[in-house]
Ligand binder design. Structure first.
Ligand SMILES: [Zn+2]
Length: 71
């Protein structure tokens, strides 16, 4: 799922697949959370460029790993 999520957030998923994913994320709590993590990660990367606060990145990574670990 991780690769699909990343493609989706990068805008690489075309319709109608993107629409189906939108729907899924709206209803699936696990994927919704994962999407939130990736969004925050991307946002923080964009905002601060290469100087992302390591603590914030670490927290997001751990959260994402936790979500991924649940399968
Ligand atoms: Zn899901």
């Amino acid at each position: 799922m991780g690769r699909v999520l990343q493609a989706y957030l990068d805008g690489c998923v075309q319709q109608p697949a993107a629409g189906r994913l939108d729907e899924h994320f709206a209803h699936c709590r696990d994927c919704g959370l994962e999407i939130e993590v990736y969004r925050q990660l991307k946002q923080s990367l964009r905002r601060s460029g290469p100087e992302v606060p390591p603590a914030a990145l670490d927290r997001l990574r751990r959260f994402a790993a936790e979500l991924g670990g649940k399968g």
